[in-house]
Design a protein around this ligand. Structure first.
Ligand code: SAM
Length: 730
């Protein structure tokens, strides 16, 4: 594993002292440890972490494979509360060592139900540094496949309990411009259902203005106008990059690596960061990250963005995550101007002087590929560089940006600066002026007024009316349902719309009654996926902020792929029963706080064992008193609570609440088969489910696997630093 271009280029950049070079290259050639995070609500996460510490670490501490001892999983030292782990074993050990096989099954099933997230260690950094709170309005600009999105969502849901999901007041928009990859976000988010989540499929560099009703706490206030621009408290720009920080995992990069890839991505990276700066609240925070070591994709991007938005600065995070070994951002670098690692030019001007007019016009190099003259003033050393040899990780880059706290630049100063930037772009003849990246408003955003879009406009001044599509300056009331339908901005977008159901909709009301939901159930925030708002198949719940965004923005212009969380769905009942709605397993934690407690049955683990061992156990198969209780119930959707406690060798560390469906004579546990297996393993130490028995009978069929970092390279895309995809058991 070698690439001369790689060594030559990075040596020329002086990214580290010569004395560290061999160690750095050595680390790049060794396989990456497998890392994971214990996810879910804080209470579940701590209980599960305890299980790893008390059960699996001792079990794996004495593991020997083919005569050699295998190190057990260890906690990642810098991750808060010890909730992230790493282990370094080959696939062979995972498959063949009895102890690791057991651990492997545990990981697979807990991953499946969302309690464990397989994620590369360095990829956990950006969400930690973003510091998301439940009331924050957050956007993850380049989110797929979504491991950081999951982390952000967990932070938004910090107040969840073991049994119920909170409805946070904030919002998380997960966006990715790749349609297929954006669908991975939906798949991922199914593990963490949230009424505060939206998934969009847009180019982040031209992300449109989102409107919310005026006076919404997420937007600036004005007395006169009816709509404001939605601004964000937290923005993650985990941008597409050349991905050479993932060389340990994506060994294919060794062969093809060349620095012009970074040069090519620089422009898009700057535009995405600049767009984020325009969308940020006055006291907000942006994290910019890449899994590349290339300064052209890192410090150069941050410098260009800071120089175009003088009211921003880098935040000093040196005191955060004290156990994380990091290196400061660099202040000098020399981009290559061709594939042969020609890094001789100190400045853009030095380079262009060597070109004739035609060559200058054809050149793809930008002045922002080079360090600007004010690198010191920009405090680029506040950026974080993570190298593989420091703590046995991948390579990574993170920068945290915020609006300047100290200098109160007046609005007119900011406006003048912005105008000067624009002038710099257009005043000189193209061939003579340095090639700069302009920070233009989104091209597709005809609804934006200049004031609203001005990147430098303080929130208090942003409060001018938002122009409607005709360009006329006037206040725009929230569009009615029919208006939303007719104002189709993107006819190529074929997804079904999200329509809020009237809270007195008779189907919704009958649902509320039959499922014994209390009067505080958020019936005004329920939506369906069809244009007419008819309660056809499934109900989704959102929070008020998601509703405000959906109702004030055309869903096709947003390319809205998912929104809120599905909680109730139609169930065709068996013979003699009418069709009813039921609470979905994944939606139950959201609905639970609104279910009349008296309607919830209680039972013990022997009942749960019966429910796991068969798909449709007869009512008569259950021990008393549950047998009589369930027989007395009408057919349809029911909820059962298993209080924490011990039964035989099994211990339930916290209450468990699950949905059931009762037919005429039998009962079904309404969670998916992988969730059943996870539960079974956790409680009974083995998979006692029908599905597992059937699978075992099918000879030759491999057990589900969690891939190790060593196996993952084929599935990964350059510039992607984690393994959310490979977390699926298959
Ligand atoms: C490094 S990956 C993001 C990884 C992701 N943040 C995670 O933690 O799972 C970069 C992503 O950016 C997306 N992308 C590329 N160009 C984009 C653009 N112009 N706007 C939005 N997303 C873009 C790619 O499809 C890719 O999924």
């Amino acid at each position: 594993m070698n690439n001369e271009r790689f060594s030559n280029y990075y040596k020329a950049q002086n990214i580290m002292p010569d004395s560290e070079w061999e160690e750095f290259m050595g680390a790049l050639r060794t396989p990456l440890p497998t890392t994971f995070r214990v996810a879910g609500s804080r209470e579940i996460a701590h209980a599960l972490n305890q299980t790893i510490q008390d059960t699996y670490v001792p079990l794996l501490s004495n593991a020997v494979f083919e005569g050699e001892s295998v190190p057990p999983p260890a906690q990642i030292p810098w991750y808060p509360e010890g909730l992230a782990w790493q282990f370094n074993v080959s696939k062979k050990v995972l498959r063949k060592s009895v102890e690791f096989k057991k651990f492997h099954s545990f990981l697979v099933f807990e991953t499946e139900v969302g309690n464990i997230s397989r994620q590369e260690a360095v990829s956990m950094l950006p969400p930690l540094l973003l510091d998301v709170q439940p009331h924050h309005c957050v956007i993850d600009m380049c989110a797929a496949p979504g491991s950081k999105t999951a982390q952000l969502l967990e932070a938004l849901h910090a107040h969840d309990t073991v049994t119920s999901t909170s409805i946070p007041p904030g919002l998380l928009i997960a966006n990715d411009s790749d349609y297929k990859r954006a669908h991975l976000l939906i798949h991922q988010s199914a593990r963490l259902p949230s009424p505060a989540l939206m998934v969009t499929n847009l180019d982040a560099s031209i992300y449109p203005i989102l409107k919310v009703p005026s006076g919404n706490p997420a937007g600036p206030r004005t007395a006169k106008k009816l709509q404001d621009q939605l601004l964000f408290d937290r923005i993650l720009c985990d941008v597409p990059c050349s991905g050479d920080g993932t060389l340990r995992k994506n060994v294919g990069i060794w062969k093809h690596w060349q620095p012009m890839d970074g040069n090519g991505l620089h422009g898009l990276q700057v535009r995405i960061l600049q767009r984020a700066m325009r969308m940020l609240k006055e006291d907000g925070r942006i994290v910019y990250s890449t899994c590349s070591l290339n300064p052209v994709e890192n410090e150069a991007v941050v410098a260009a963005a800071l120089n175009s938005h003088k009211d921003f600065e880098l935040l000093d995070v040196s005191m955060q995550l004290p156990q994380l070994i990091r290196r400061p951002g660099i202040t000098t670098w020399r981009p290559t101007v061709d594939r042969s690692i020609n890094t001789v030019f100190d400045t853009y001007e030095d380079y262009t002087q060597t070109l004739d007019e035609t060559q200058r016009e054809d050149s793809k190099m930008l002045s922002s590929h080079w360090p600007p003259s004010n690198t010191k003033e920009l405090n680029l050393t506040r950026c974080l560089r993570i190298y593989p040899h420091l703590q046995d990780t991948g390579g990574f880059f993170v920068a945290v940006l915020q609006r300047k706290q100290s200098t109160a630049i007046s609005y007119s100063d900011r406006k003048r600066e912005a105008e000067q930037d624009d002038l710099a772009d257009v005043s000189a003849p193209e061939t003579k002026k340095p090639k700069l990246l302009s920070d233009e408003p989104p091209a597709d955003n005809s609804e934006a007024s200049v004031d609203v879009e001005n990147p430098s406009t303080p929130a208090a001044v942003v409060n001018s009316d938002i122009k409607d599509v005709e360009g006329e300056r006037k206040s725009t009331p929230a569009p009615s349902r029919s208006q939303q339908k007719s104002k189709v901005a993107d006819p190529s977008f074929k997804e079904m719309p999200y329509t809020f159901v009237a809270s007195d909709d008779p189907v919704l009301q009958s649902c509320i009654e039959r499922l014994k939901l209390t009067s505080d159930f958020p019936s005004h925030n329920i939506l369906v996926r069809n244009p007419d708002g008819g309660a056809v198949r499934s109900f989704y719940v959102t929070n008020p902020l998601v509703k405000a965004v959906v109702e004030n923005n055309d869903y096709t212009r947003l390319r809205l792929l998912t929104c809120g969380t599905k909680v109730i769905t139609k169930q065709e009942a068996g013979r003699g029963l009418d069709t009813q709605f039921r609470v979905l397993g994944e939606g139950l934690p959201v609905v639970l706080p609104y279910i009349n407690p008296e309607s919830i049955m209680t039972s013990e683990l022997s009942t749960l064992k019966t429910l796991l061992e068969a798909y449709y156990p007869l009512c008569t198969a259950f021990p008393e008193p549950f047998q009589s209780v369930i027989e007395a119930r009408a057919g349809g959707s029911h909820i059962v609570r298993f209080p924490s406690g011990k039964w035989k060798d099994s211990t339930l560390t916290h209450d468990l609440v699950l949905p059931l469906w009762k037919s005429n004579v039998s009962v079904t546990l309404m969670i998916d088969k992988k969730a059943k297996s996870a539960l079974s393993l956790r409680l009974f130490g083995e998979d006692i489910t029908t599905a597992a028995r059937e699978a075992a009978q099918k000879k030759g069929r491999a057990a589900p696997e969690i891939e190790t970092a060593r196996d993952s390279e084929e599935v990964q895309k350059p510039g992607e630093d984690d393994n959310a995809l490979q977390m699926d058991s298959s």
